[in-house]
Design a protein around this ligand. Structure first.
Ligand code: NDP
Length: 405
């Protein structure tokens, strides 16, 4: 029954195929075409689809060139959220559905994945999405099958991860998550759009992202990222609060490294002020190196734990909002001159080993991020970068040994 429902909803989504897309499909004139005949949907029957097997199905293989112009043409884009019955997703999905992520005109088809025990909760989320009567939502699929969840998605937000449990060693947590992100990387490799943009939120986010990226060899490495935007936002907020200035006057803080307590929130290149000729470096504006090098860094690093202490629950709403910021900037672009932080695959810049998923300063344009290079790294910063690099290398070693890579 669930599978029939998923097929029916996929059928609705495929209903948005353009004439151009269907005319390119080798199977479009036969009763085997999944797009024309939702009963034979590839999500449940891909082995038998001639279009998929010949690598020519437009539903499965959206060309890179056609991908991001969609954002302006108003065609629905397919967005997968994993851990969709969890806390972060409960804020995130509604932000996506109401247009905060892709803009007020962009329709979305939501692919929501969670594990089978969460099926009932996920059903409740689906009912609430329906009750919101969002004009931008063109379809919803709730599933526990990665194949269905990642089928032809343009954006994948991987929130679900195995939580740390009492008495669990860090290595055990890494192992559990290595298995999950290996399976999801493979599923994206096989079924997602060739230009799917992936954001990993579930912890340990950098290393989970590293695993997914390495298990999806057919997808561009530059399409994988992990979330450090919440840390970035927290750093901006701490500076604004210290200076008693509006938040939108604080620019170009940077988070380096791992989304963990070793991350390095860095204000060396940041400034305060919105007038192009009146900009004060954050360091001079704050005028208190002792605070900047100690309390500021520790506050940003420990903020998540502080919120759990205060709320008895984690920082789900601010995490969801940071996801929206990250994806929106990646796809729609950052303002001219504005630096944001994204954990992406290192190319060896700043002496960070190539291949690590590491948070760097980036700018974004036309759906691509570009690392900001050549920033001066002080001796103080170098020590902080080395510490977080070491942690990420250890995580990588453990994760790869579990996976036999
Ligand atoms: P949340 O939605 O609160 O958090 C999900 C993940 O995001 C956790 O790994 C969490 O890390 C991480 N995270 C990253 N940044 C933050 C932040 N700032 N604040 C809070 N969390 C952050 O977890 P729930 O337990 O409510 O929901 C998780 C869902 O994932 C569940 O529905 C579960 O069934 C599902 N799940 C799916 C799996 C799969 O798809 N195979 C596997 C396991 C679970 P941290 O744990 O460090 O807080």
């Amino acid at each position: 029954m669930e599978s029939q429902n998923a097929q029916r909803r996929l059928g609705n989504i495929y209903g948005h195929l353009t004439t151009e897309e269907t005319s390119q499909c080798p199977a479009s004139n036969s009763n085997k075409c999944p797009a024309m005949n939702p009963g034979k949907c590839p999500a449940s029957n891909s082995d038998k689809c001639p279009a998929i097997n010949s690598g020519k199905c437009p539903v499965m293989f959206t060309s890179q060139a056609k991908m991001w112009p969609r954002l302006t043409q108003g065609e629905p884009i397919r967005v997968c959220v994993t851990g969709a019955a969890g806390n972060i997703a409960y804020s995130l999905i509604f932000m996506i559905a109401s247009g905060h992520m892709f803009g007020p005109k962009q329709r979305v088809a939501l692919h929501l994945l969670d594990i089978p025990p969460m099926e009932k909760v996920l059903k409740g989320v689906e009912m609430e999405i329906l009750d919101c009567a969002f004009p931008l939502v063109s379809g919803v699929i709730c599933t526990s099958e990665p194949k269905v969840a990642f089928m032809n998605v343009d954006v994948a937000i991987l929130v679900g991860a195995f939580p740390r449990q009492k008495g669990m060693e860090r290595k055990d947590l890494l192992k559990k998550n290595a298995e999950i992100f290996k399976a999801q990387g493979k599923a994206m490799n096989d079924y997602a759009s060739r230009n799917v943009k992936v954001l990993v939120v579930g912890n340990p986010a950098n290393t989970n992202c590293l695993i997914a990226m390495n298990c999806a060899p057919d997808l561009p490495k530059s399409n994988f990222s992990a979330l450090t935007r919440l840390d970035h936002n927290r750093a901006k907020a701490q500076i604004a609060q210290n200076l008693k200035v509006p938040l939108d006057t604080v620019h170009n803080v940077v988070i380096w490294g791992n989304h963990s307590a070793t991350q390095y929130p860095d204000i060396s290149y940041g400034y305060v002020g919105n007038h192009p000729h009146i900009r004060t470096p954050i360091r001079s504006a704050v005028n208190n190196d002792q605070w900047l090098q100690n309390e500021f860094i520790a506050t940003v690093q420990q903020r998540g734990a502080e919120i759990i202490k205060a709320r008895n629950s984690s920082s789900a709403a601010s995490a969801a909002w940071a996801v929206v910021n990250h994806m929106r900037d990646w796809l729609l672009g950052t303002p001219e001159g504005e630096i944001v932080s994204m954990a992406v695959c290192s190319d060896g810049s700043y002496d960070i080993p190539a291949g690590l998923i590491f948070s760097f300063p980036v700018t974004c344009r036309n759906g691509e991020w570009t690392m900001v290079k050549g920033l001066k790294v002080t001796e103080f910063s170098r020590k902080k970068l080395d510490l977080t690099t070491q942690e990420l290398q250890e995580e990588k070693q453990d994760a790869f040994s579990f996976l036999g890579i």
